[in-house]
Design a protein around this ligand. Structure first.
Ligand code: IVH
Length: 667
């Protein structure tokens, strides 16, 4: 590779890795496996090593991704949360052993632990009481998710025995497979998108704004790293055993090893045995036991030199790619699906596998008739992760990605920030039409039980419905001539459609199927804006004020209501008698705060942030998100953002606490 080629490739790799970082850490929805991701990073590292001039300060090789979410208060870690160097090979482990021996001439011990596949967390305890739980974030600072973490049953809120006055303990939050399956079943019933694997479900759950929802999701935890100034022992293993006595969940499967051979035996044993565990593990972490020797070995910029992660390869099989189909979902997203020669993989026969999107097909250079590598990780649907090119013959055919919708022929679109193509013909494309109606009638939406998927398709094929509003024009007489619909079921259908008119507004809002507006988001919007008219008129800024609503959702809502066809459907639903506003609209209490705008920041003891904002509105005030010279007050709670406080001081905006706010409205 010459310099120019290396430059182009490294720039492309950087963009690609950044995008996958975002999908993994922010959207909690990775598009490629860890193995593929590591390959990309390793390729970039190799180029940067060969051509040091091409290394940039912001290269993804210089930092790990970030899971920071703007809706949480950010906390700086006392000790940075580093990641681990990782490997998939025994050779690398032997190299690791040699490196250790060069520095640590004395006897040393390894500690082997399972690598739990979840989200890392750092817990701070003072005087035996849980103070704070912070995510890894970018390693330097993470999100304060204490309220959510408190709901995890095996995380002790109070300790027993002889614990140090102050310390941190780190570990992994994960979702056991049984909880994951239950959650996805519920989501499938509600017509919501499924989580791809327990890890993503964990990431999504930890970032929920409502901790009572978190409590229901059955998260679990193991702790694996104790940090602090006054730890009981000068070795990792013994410290963990002590922490167990204070009440922490510490894995039973930690082993001390004297040689790298014993480490490899541990890995070989667990590479099979792990499948029997009720939760996912993706490798083994190997650490030096003595904390003194750990200090001697030290850290690189990114990871400790005294530990390494050996990652298990996901189960794979090789088979022939016969053809590629395209599926169009209710939102119009197009997913390529591979048809495979049936192959046995992890106990099931696999005939179809996901190909994600066009870019993925291009990167992997997948062609029809290729022998492809199919992988079953934690995901429900197996996916294709590569091609074995040694099998490639003259009959492999390059594949042209479709340009038009396979269902309705409309030209596909692709937004720059999205990996998937979309069919924009939302009101004229079969799977989108029936998919939207199916979503509308589903249990967590309008709960119209008399209808099912087959009946929806039957009604559509007989030109009786083509959108959700048509349901409310249906007459019993129109149903009777249809095959499979007898008098009694026709009556039931009409009755349950009629009953659905009483469904509360927040569910109507969820049911109409605005892209990215799930059940919880719909509830938040309804609580805040109270009626469809207010939502239709809301500006992007107003929408962004609502908890859990970011740019992407706000944009989607605005686009939905800008569409004339959608407006007509809403009007017809309104005329049919559906609930288009919340029952109890927020009652005005006074005009004391009229003309004043407030910024609320931090956490409070008397109110939740949302309650506080509601009180401001009920007294005629206005909530804004950013401080400006025209802001009347910054109400600062505990852990209120430092930048906000500084800005308020600079602009001479008054800073008050919740008690002073109470005085203001009670004056
Ligand atoms: S030790 C400085 N032990 O794997 C050492 N990590 O990149 C800190 N993980 O971010 C990590 N199981 O989220 C350690 N038994 C274990 C682990 C473990 C899972 C995760 C952790 C970390 C990543 C390594």
């Amino acid at each position: 590779m010459n310099f120019t080629e290396a430059k182009t490739r490294s720039e492309n790799l950087r963009k690609l890795i950044e995008r996958h970082n975002r999908s993994y850490y922010v959207d909690a929805n990775p598009a490629i496996s860890d193995f593929e991701y590591d390959l990309l990073v390793k390729e970039l590292e190799a180029i940067e090593k060969e051509f040091p001039k091409l290394q940039t300060a912001d290269s993804p090789t210089q930092r790990a991704g970030s899971d920071i979410n703007n809706e949480f208060v950010q906390i700086k870690h006392k000790y940075p949360m580093l990641s681990l160097g990782n490997t998939y090979s025994e050779n690398d482990l032997n190299d690791f052993d040699r490196r250790i021996k060069k520095v640590t001439v004395d006897n040393f011990e390894y500690v082997c632990e399972l690598k739990f596949d979840g989200i890392s967390i750092s817990l701070t305890y003072k005087n035996g009481i849980l103070q704070q739980a912070v995510t890894r974030g970018d390693g330097e600072k993470g999100d304060d998710v204490t309220a959510n973490i408190r709901t995890i049953r095996n995380i002790p809120l109070k300790l027993y025995g002889d614990y140090p006055e102050e310390f941190e303990i780190r570990g992994e939050i994960f979702m056991p497979r049984a909880s994951f399956e239950r959650l996805n079943k519920e989501r499938a019933n509600a017509g919501e998108t499924l989580f791809a694997n327990p890890r993503n479900a964990t990431a999504g759950t930890i970032k929920l704004q409502n901790s009572s929802q978190v409590a229901k999701r059955g998260l679990d935890c193991f702790l694996y790293y104790l940090l602090g100034e006054n730890l009981p022992h000068s070795s990792h293993y013994e410290n963990l055993q002590e922490a167990k006595k204070w009440g922490f969940p510490i894995s039973q499967n930690i082993r001390k090893c004297q040689t790298i051979k014993q480490v490899i035996d541990y890995i070989n044993y667990w590479s099979e045995e792990r499948k029997k565990l009720p939760y996912d593990t993706d490798g083994v972490v190997i650490k030096i036991n003595s904390t003194e020797q750990q200090e001697e070995l030290g850290f690189t910029a990114k990871s400790p030199r005294w530990a390494i992660a050996y990652k298990f390869k996901a189960e794979q099989a090789i088979t022939k790619l016969l053809s590629i189909d395209f599926q169009v979902g209710r939102t119009g997203a197009v997913t390529p699906v591979a048809n495979l020669q049936p192959v046995q993989l992890a106990g099931t026969t696999v005939k179809r596998a996901s190909l994600h999107n066009q870019e993925q097909i291009n990167i992997l250079d997948i062609r029809i008739n290729d022998m492809v590598i199919v992988e079953k990780g934690g995901e429900i649907i197996p996916k294709i992760v590569g091609v074995d090119k040694s099998y490639r013959t003259g009959n492999s055919k390059e594949f042209e990605y479709i340009t038009h919708c396979p269902e309705c022929g409309t030209k596909l679109e692709r937004e720059e920030s999205e990996a998937k193509h979309f069919c924009p013909n939302e009101n004229g494309c079969y799977p989108q039409i029936t998919g939207k109606i199916e979503h509308f009638i589903s249990r967590k939406a309008m709960a119209i039980d008399g209808l099912g998927i087959e009946t929806i398709e039957l009604l559509y094929k007989n030109n009786l419905i083509s959108n959700v509003a048509d349901l409310y024009d249906l007459k019993k007489e129109q149903l009777l001539p249809l095959e499979r619909i007898a008098e009694k079921s026709a009556e039931n259908i009409i009755k349950s459609i009629e009953n659905s008119k009483n469904t509360e507004f927040q569910r109507v809002l969820f049911a109409i199927g605005i892209r990215f507006v799930g059940e919880t988001t719909a509830k938040k919007i309804a609580e805040k804006l109270h009626s469809i008219d207010k939502i239709m008129m809301a500006s992007s800024e107003e929408l962004l004020q609502i908890d859990e609503i970011g740019e992407r959702i706000a944009q989607s809502i605005i686009e939905y209501f800008a569409n004339q066809k959608n407006k007509e459907i809403i009007q017809r639903l309104r005329n049919a008698g559906l609930q288009m506003e919340t029952k109890e609209t927020s009652v005005k209490i006074s005009d004391k705060l009229k003309g004043m705008s407030f910024v609320v920041s931090g956490t409070f003891t008397l109110y939740s942030r949302d309650e506080l904002k509601q009180i401001i509105e009920r007294h005629g005030g206005k909530n804004v998100s950013a401080i400006s010279a025209s802001t009347a007050y910054l109400i600062a709670g505990e852990k209120s953002g430092q930048t906000k406080i500084e800005k308020a001081k600079a602009l001479k905006v008054k800073i008050i606490n919740e008690n002073q706010f109470n005085e203001l409205i009670n004056e």
